[in-house]
Write a protein that binds this ligand. Structure first.
Ligand SMILES: [Zn+2]
Length: 239
């Protein structure tokens, strides 16, 4: 290979070498933009490997679910909380997408999610979507769908009411704030399918419940599962 080519190749490596989205160090292209050191430090739940786990048990007696899991613990004051804030409020959607790719690979490997047919992100109301310009749950779901080789559906369910943010509510108010806010607009696309609903952060579980309940009421022959990217430690400690 000519030396001149080598120089260009070296420059290209310096310019295009991807960097870890979390710590900023250089990372191999195959690592999905999260370096091995950060992968080891991330507080994973491992809930997706077991059928009975605290986040799925959260809905016992409320919904019939096939599977349910969260990927990492959301701990206040940690860099993981900062990471989620960056993709939720600061426009860093690539972080959501790459965490979704990683999460999807783990869901596939567990075997419990093998017969999922379609993946649906929790929809934002269109007014909130205009303000934020994107729905972070869609980027997580897109990454999961790509890794799992499953269909992504962002059109069949919509948020019909622009409810105030859950962060402004506590306790029981969180459940009433999200009551009846979703609607299945294309039930014909989802009948008889196994649906995986994707959310970003599960705090009380009220938003996920509202979306899953809406699907369950509209589609009695569908099977339902969920995958939250993060869960607050509180929920995991409740039961
Ligand atoms: Zn890193």
């Amino acid at each position: 290979m000519p030396a001149r080519w080598n120089i260009f190749a070296d420059i290209a490596t310096i310019v295009v070498t991807p960097r870890c989205l979390i710590c900023g160090c250089k990372v191999m292209a195959t690592m999905n933009r999260i370096c091995p050191r950060c992968r080891l430090r991330i507080p994973l739940t491992n809930y997706w490997r077991v059928e009975e786990n605290p986040v799925k048990r959260r809905f016992d007696g409320m919904l019939i679910l096939e599977q349910g899991s969260a990927f990492l613990f959301y701990r206040a004051g940690t860099i993981w909380q900062r990471l989620i804030h960056r993709f939720k409020y600061e426009g860093r959607w690539r972080i959501a997408h790459h965490l979704g790719l990683w999460y999807g690979a783990e869901l596939s490997e567990s075997g419990l999610y093998a017969d999922i047919d379609v993946i649906i992100p929790i929809p934002l109301h269109f007014i909130k979507g205009l303000r934020r310009t994107y729905n972070q749950a869609t980027y997580i779901a897109e990454g999961i769908a790509k890794s799992m080789g499953k269909e992504l559906d962002t059109l069949s369910v919509r948020r019909k009411r622009n409810n105030p943010s859950q962060t402004k509510h506590k306790g029981y108010d969180r459940w009433t704030n999200v009551e009846d806010i979703f609607e299945v607009v294309h039930p014909e696309r989802l009948r008889g399918k196994h649906i995986l609903v994707v959310d970003d952060v599960m705090t009380s579980g009220a938003t996920l419940y509202s979306c899953l309940k809406c699907l369950s009421d509209a589609l009695p022959d569908a099977r339902l599962s969920f995958a939250a990217l993060a869960v607050t430690q509180y929920i995991s400690d409740v039961r």
